[in-house]
Ligand binder design. Structure first.
Ligand code: NAD
Length: 411
């Protein structure tokens, strides 16, 4: 299945069937509530003109305002934005966040823009999107966006409306009305879930060999948490290629290298491997933390991990998951494993609305409790239905969304 939206619908339909969700709700959830497909006209630094394609998808808002990420990637498609918005609907529901699912972005390679062009394009995204405010839709960060872009987005929104309104944009720095701990939230959530999943499956995490694909905000953070507890990270990669050391990589040194060079390319203290080889390495734990569809029908049979924890959104296709199941490889699904960012965005919203800013201990304690509650609900539901953790998670979420849709009288 090349379409990540088709993969998302596959999980939706399988979970809906198992849990006997109202067919009218299933029909409602078969497509997004609203799609914005728009352009950002821009004069470049050299005086030339470029027109960027942008999307924002509001998938379903029965549980609350749509929220979440903005992707700046060169190959962004509407299919991807729709899938990610559906994942967000499920992720919020399974983790008890009163929000719907939203996602969007711009088809652009941010590394090809000057800082000033990136700022103008980011502000152009907000101007042309005409965001509706924190009670309707809240854009956050994703691949290619960060504290800087989110600060520009909030400032542009506030310039347009003429009022301070921190909860209008997520993933901004604490000084702009954000929350402490937001940069690490997804990685930390994955760390909590990984520890719980390893304990449930008798996998000794401290003595495990771990492979991480993707060394950005999420991949580097989870690699670092595991490294700090003494676990061996035997391979990591980014878009430029992979690095391998059977005795364990020096993750802090690799983070420092990336801070200086933007990518891992050129790192000297390890053997090089391709991204394809990296996914097929013999390991206890494989953590895909880059892009979607990387574990698919072409390589699933060659995966040599005991367990996969999905840090990226949609890294495993449905065909691959069937093969992995046959091989006895457990997959801890994205909608639970990487929900830490979505959960802490909720804390960011509460703080922005109340102007009462929390300590890091409060953020981390609440996150641990909330994400583990979601993990256990998905696990127990999977056991109840004798199905995968992924479908367990989707069933937990679908039941909540269906109830809200029915109570609202939409179907
Ligand atoms: P990022 O841009 O910070 O990092 C992405 C990393 O993946 C980079 O190291 C990049 O070089 C690498 N990469 C890109 N294409 C690759 C490829 N084809 N092969 C190997 N590596 C590749 O992004 P991020 O925020 O770390 O997000 C990573 C994944 O996690 C995405 O799927 C995103 O949707 C998901 N996610 C992110 C968050 C968050 O809070 N940032 C939350 C939930 C899920």
């Amino acid at each position: 299945m090349d379409s990540v939206f088709a993969s998302a619908l596959d999980s939706l339909n399988k979970a809906g069937k198992l849990a006997e969700i109202n067919p009218r709700v299933m029909e409602l959830l078969s497509r997004p509530k609203r799609i914005m497909d728009f352009s950002i006209p821009m004069k470049m630094d050299d005086g030339s003109f470029k027109l960027f394609t942008a999307y924002r998808v509001h998938y379903n808002d029965a549980l609350g305002p749509t929220r979440d990420g903005t992707r700046f990637v060169p190959d962004l498609t509407l299919d991807e934005a729709k899938a990610l918005a559906l994942f967000m609907t499920i992720k919020h529901a399974v983790s008890g966040v009163p929000a719907g699912g939203g996602k969007g972005g711009v088809k652009v390679d941010p590394s090809k823009l000057s800082d000033w062009e990136l700022e103008r394009m980011t502000r152009g995204f907000i101007r042309n999107l005409k965001p509706k405010g924190p009670k309707i839709d809240i854009p956050g960060a994703d691949i290619g966006t960060d504290y800087r872009t989110q600060s520009w987005m909030l400032d542009e929104y506030e310039q347009i409306t003429g009022e301070h309104n921190p909860p209008a944009i997520n993933d901004k720095p604490a000084i702009m009305g954000g929350t402490v701990g937001s940069a690490e939230a997804t990685g930390l959530g994955i760390f909590y879930v990984t520890k719980a999943a390893c304990a449930d499956n008798d996998l000794d995490l401290e003595n495990a060999k771990v492979v991480v694909q993707g060394f950005g905000q999420v991949g580097a953070t989870i690699a670092r948490y595991l490294y700090d507890m003494g676990t061996k990270i035997i391979a990591v990669s980014d878009v430029s290629g992979g690095f391998y050391n059977e005795d364990g990589l020096d993750i802090p040194a690799m983070q420092a290298y990336v801070a200086e060079n933007r990518v891992l390319e050129g790192y000297k203290d390890a053997e090089t491997v391709s991204n394809k080889e990296l996914l097929e390495l013999n390991c206890d734990l494989l953590i895909p933390a880059a892009v979607q569809n990387v574990i698919n029908k072409n390589n699933a049979d060659q995966i040599n991990a005991t367990m996969i924890v999905e840090a990226a959104n949609g890294p495993t296709t449905p065909e691959a998951e069937d093969i992995l199941k046959e091989k006895g490889i457990k997959v801890i699904p994205d909608v639970v494993a990487n929900a830490g960012g979505a959960i802490v965005c909720h804390y960011e919203r509460i703080q922005g609305i109340t102007d009462d800013y929390w300590t890091i201990d409060k953020v981390e304690n609440k996150l641990e409790n909330q994400i583990l509650t979601a993990y256990r609900a998905a696990r127990d539901t999977a056991n109840e239905f004798n199905t995968t953790p992924r479908l367990g998670a989707w069933i937990v979420a679908l039941r909540k969304v269906a109830k809200a849709v029915e109570m609202r009288g939409w179907v």
